[in-house]
Ligand binder design. Structure first.
Ligand code: SER
Length: 315
């Protein structure tokens, strides 16, 4: 029986994606791999492996041994950490993708999910309701790697028939596992800090609006896309996807409704520049039209889920 391989399974998305994939396919069908395995979070029945996506020989061995048909390639350096490690970011984000695309081209794998990001947009892209097809001049290493990756995904689909599907994730908000070093991480840190310290020092300015999505919505979008009929998909690179947009000031005032004494201050660092280069809101009408996408979590719902989830897990 064919199995599903998740690469980057210890990361923010990986941990929660595996839970859902195990529900859908059965845990014995899921192979979870990461360069750093987090053994505290193991799900019963799932096979956990240490694997570096840059090691193509080992990767092929795993794919053959477990008869893998579907791969979720989540291993990547995100925007903030990538700026501090340009070469590793490019190598991991690009070579990792090539390894998987080539294995699909050589017919070892049938279907791939590869996440792109709002980071493909840059200062010259339209800021509001940013369209699917528009100027892509990203100013971060992460954005450049994601933009290039999108082009390669479409190329492999058109030239070799590789079934690779992708979403341009906005900032993903969740509490079950820590975020991986992105610019949108402030919208997660703020909840932890509100609960622990009653205050938060934000590394981007109060009025910068960014597109965000709650983890449950992001995972549902991913699985809906992966399970949709390929013929009906009209975007062969990566779909714009959106949930909501808000500023640090707005999220802080939402937290204040539950924690009236919560206070926020602002000390922008290099991530402020990254945030300024990204859109404020995203037009995801292709996803809505093609496979009926719609988000379910607004800012109020996200805030209550995050405050409750973090309080319970720390209790
Ligand atoms: N959350 C990501 C980041 O901030 C955007 O894709 O890097």
């Amino acid at each position: 029986m064919a199995k599903v391989l998740v690469i980057g399974s210890s990361g923010q998305i990986g941990v929660e994606l595996i839970e859902q994939l195990a529900k859908i396919h059965g845990s014995s069908k899921i192979i979870a791999s990461d360069i750093n395995l987090n053994l505290n979070r193991n799900l019963q029945g799932v096979t956990y492996l240490k694997l570096d996506v840059l090691d193509k020989i080992k990767l092929l061995e795993v794919i053959k041994k477990y008869n893998i048909s579907e791969v979720y390639l989540l291993a990547a350096l995100l925007s903030a950490v990538a700026e501090r490690n340009i070469q590793l970011a490019w190598d991991l984000n690009m070579k990792g993708l090539f390894h998987i695309l080539d294995l699909a081209k050589e017919k070892y794998i049938k279907k791939i999910f590869w996440p792109s990001s709002i980071a493909v947009f840059g200062p010259t892209s339209p800021k509001l309701i940013t369209p699917q097809t528009t100027i892509l001049e990203p100013s971060t290493v992460y954005g450049i790697s994601k933009m290039s990756g999108e082009r390669w995904c479409e190329y492999y689909f058109l030239k070799y028939g590789v079934d690779v599907r992708s979403l341009r994730y906005p900032g993903i908000i969740s509490y079950k596992s820590p975020p991986g070093g992105g610019t949108t991480d402030y919208a997660i840190e703020i909840f932890h800090s509100a609960i622990k310290k009653g205050r938060y020092e934000c590394f981007i300015d109060k009025d910068i609006e960014l597109p965000m999505i709650y983890m449950d919505d992001a995972i549902r979008a991913t699985l809906e896309l992966m399970n949709y009929e390929r013929k009906k998909l009209t975007v062969n690179s990566s779909y714009n996807i959106s949930g909501i947009s808000f500023t640090p000031k707005e999220i802080a005032s939402c937290i204040k409704r539950t924690y009236p004494n919560f206070s926020i201050s602002y000390k922008p660092d290099f991530r402020n520049e990254i945030a300024l280069s990204w859109p404020s809101s995203i037009d995801d009408s292709y996803a809505r039209k093609d496979w009926n996408w719609s988000h379910q979590f607004n800012l109020e719902k996200i805030t209550s889920q995050m405050l409750e989830g973090i309080s319970n897990s720390e209790a």
